[in-house]
Ligand binder design. Sequence first.
Ligand code: PMP
Length: 429
Amino acid sequence: MTTSEQLFEKAKTLIPGGVNSPVRAFRAVGGSPLFIKSGKGPYVYDEDGRQYIELINSWGPMILGHAFEPVEKAVRDAIQYSFSFGAPTRKEVEMAELIVSMVPSIEKVRMVNSGTEATMAAIRVARGFTGRDKIIKFEGCYHGHGDSFLIAAGSGAVTMGVPDSPGVTKATAADTLTAPYNNLAAVEVLLDNNQNQVAALILEPVVGNMGCVIPEPGFLQGVRDLCNKHGVVLIFDEVMTGFRLAKGGAQERFGITPDLTTLGKIIGGGMPVGAYGGRAEIMNVVSPAGPVYQAGTLSGNPIAMSAGLAMLHHLNDHPDVYTRLDEIGEKLATGFRAGLQKAGLNYTINQIGSMFTLFMTERSVSDFADAKSCDLPLFGRYFHAMLKRGVYLAPSQFESLFVSVALTNDLIDEVIQANEEALLEVMSD
Ligand code: PMP
């Protein structure tokens, strides 16, 4: 037994399923999860001392690679002043100022501790602002584990086979309306049939949680126009795309202005941080400025703010990071396509900037139904064939991969070579 296997056996007796977040358990791909001990730059190392090239990067946050020195130093510097106060600090003001300057639509922002908290608060704010109850989300999008979002949910929810989770009340579920991604006509029907009842429409402006799915030309603008017409608060969930697809996120890349934005992952530099923000008029309903309640003992935590500030300052000051991320994403996608061709496969790769997914289906993938047509057992075998070659992918077909700038050209070539070999291996099984 490996050390990881031993730890997993013990963990299963103490933690539900042995993990603190479901997809980590490797259920979808089979086998036992790796227990990770450390990470540096483009690599992580498991408890058995094996090295892996990272293509998940903590599901997004480690965009500059693991243990990036300026972030590490900021945390070291901060801890000498104590770890939490539950009182306002200078760093929170600096953080708010930086976010407002980087994300085009955000005029005011509130810090929270995770992406889930950010999205839960954002819909409460939209409901408080509009006085309406319903929300619209898209099938296959994942917005964290808040009750209202576990309806046709992507990511771990679909990976575990529970896109509609038990435990969500019928009354809550009834307030969440769903439409297929990239389908404006379906959104229009929902809005027409629920006049003056829809508070918010929330979406991932580029989806990461059914694998990477890219908005078709005109889709985001169409959604913006429909929200304007019906007085619906448009929420871009940029927990994945924020500070990744551009320094101002997908909204900058596509030039569309949402009313509210939710953020997470990169914003904390690897620490547990989320945020929601947007038009001042809407954010002013948040307590204590307004009546919509939302709070947090550890919100704006000084250590987390220090890590996040170091991360965001670096991204803000180095626009070349985004040019390089785009280049890495394109190189990988091109190399993976060549690998597919050599293996005689006509499968689909969706890629934008540093997000990409190899879908084990011949369908082009623009919504949840397309994503669900993938050959999942084949993905599981491919995942392990890559792992064997030292490449750590997300252990589910319904996830995007996230690259970091720590990936050198030599490592990109290694990953491309591993992909080619892995595809040939699984096809000859
Ligand atoms: N929204 C999106 C788009 C996400 O990808 C995620 C997490 N992957 C969340 C919300 C929830 O964030 P967290 O896991 O930090 O609660």
